[in-house]
Structures are given as C-alpha cells and as structure tokens.
Design a protein around this ligand. Structure first.
Ligand SMILES: [Ca+2]
Ligand SMILES: [Ca+2]
Length: 198
C-alpha cells in the first residue's frame, strides 16, 4: 500500500499511476506485506510543482522567501505585476503573512487554490508594507506578491508565521480606496472575486 503525507492512501499493488496528486512536498511511504505476514516499508520524497502561470515558488509557515517583480511577470487587471506563491496548510492554522519591499509600495492578496480572493491588504504592515492575519483551514492557497501601483518593479520579501488575530485585516489609507483598488486588479481573469461579492 502507498500513502502520501498530503493525500493519504494513493495506490495499492507493485505499481500505480496517478495524475491528481496535490501540489506540494509529498513523503510517500510504501508498506508491503509478504505471504508470511512480515511487513516492510520504504519511503520516497517527491515534489509536485504547480503549473500556474504566475507560480513563483512555495512558501511554508515559518519561512521567508525573496522575489522580484519584473517585466514579464503576470500582470493583474490594473497593470501591476504579481508573483503567486503556493502555501499548503496540513491543518487549520492562524497565519500572519507579511510582504515588505524597499523598492515599491507593496500590495498583498490571498486567494484560494482556484484564485478566488479571500483577503487583501495594502498598508497593514509598517510604512507602505502589507500584512494579512487570518485563520485558514487545511488546503492550498495563493499568496500574491503585488504592488499598489501599475508597472512597479523591484525585490520584495514574503514571510508566513503563525499566530495573530483570526480576522483578515483590510487596511485603508486616505486617498487609496481598498475595494476600488481590488476591483481594478480583478479586471482580467487571473484573480476572481468570490461568488456573491464576498
Ligand atoms: Ca517575479
Ligand atoms: Ca502598500
């Protein structure tokens, strides 16, 4: 029997083929029983990569990653560049996601696996930096590193840590309407708003 740390039992017998494993790092364990009832196990680690066009890499809880917004990256409907980082949670987790940059005014968007927007933030961190605090159930999420304005490029950091309040932050700065900003970012089909306008 073959079991995955992400997907549970994934196959039986001496070999099997699957095309639907979850994106992320799998530890796959083979458990075999011989005719006398003796049990042996072996394990292999594999990584399933995302085929998402905006995929920049994976980020896990407790990790900080660095990236770059540059021409050629995905562009949201407002003309801003965006990198999508894959966050996979094995259980319900209260997370704090921070995006910082010395080069541009950051904008952070959290989506579900199907790119429906769950939360967004402009300046909830220090200065013009972004922060989202939210409790998420187990599953895969997109952390979109983005800029407030169109065409901004430069390096940034995204970090995911545990703890913090359970509500999504929605920071507003005078002159920078958050909902209108998101609406213009959603103008192409990379990101979607939740059915019912949530
Ligand atoms: Ca990039
Ligand atoms: Ca900002």
């Amino acid at each position: 029997m073959w079991t995955s740390s992400l997907d549970g039992q994934i196959g039986t017998g001496t070999s099997f083929t699957r095309g639907d494993l979850s994106v992320g790092d799998h530890n796959i364990v083979l458990t075999a029983t011989d005719s006398d009832g003796a049990i042996g196990t072996d394990a292999v680690a594999i990584t399933i990569a995302s085929s998402h066009p905006c995929f920049a890499g994976s980020v896990s809880v407790g990790e900080t990653v660095s990236g770059t917004l540059a021409s050629g990256d995905c562009q949201l409907g407002d003309g801003s560049y965006a990198d999508r980082w894959l966050l996979v949670l094995a259980s319900t987790t209260a997370v704090q996601i921070d995006m910082t940059s010395n080069d541009f005014d950051t904008y952070l968007i959290l989506s579900d696996d199907a790119d429906y927007v769950i939360a967004q933030d402009d300046d909830g961190g220090t200065g013009l930096n972004s922060r989202i605090q939210i409790t998420l159930s187990a599953g895969a999420y997109g952390v979109w590193a983005n800029s407030y304005a169109a065409g901004m490029t430069g390096t940034y950091q995204v970090s995911v840590s545990t703890g913090g309040p359970v509500h999504a932050s929605r920071s507003v700065e005078s002159g920078k309407p958050l909902e209108a900003t998101l609406k213009s970012k959603l103008m192409n089909s990379l990101l979607k708003s939740m059915p019912g306008g949530k």
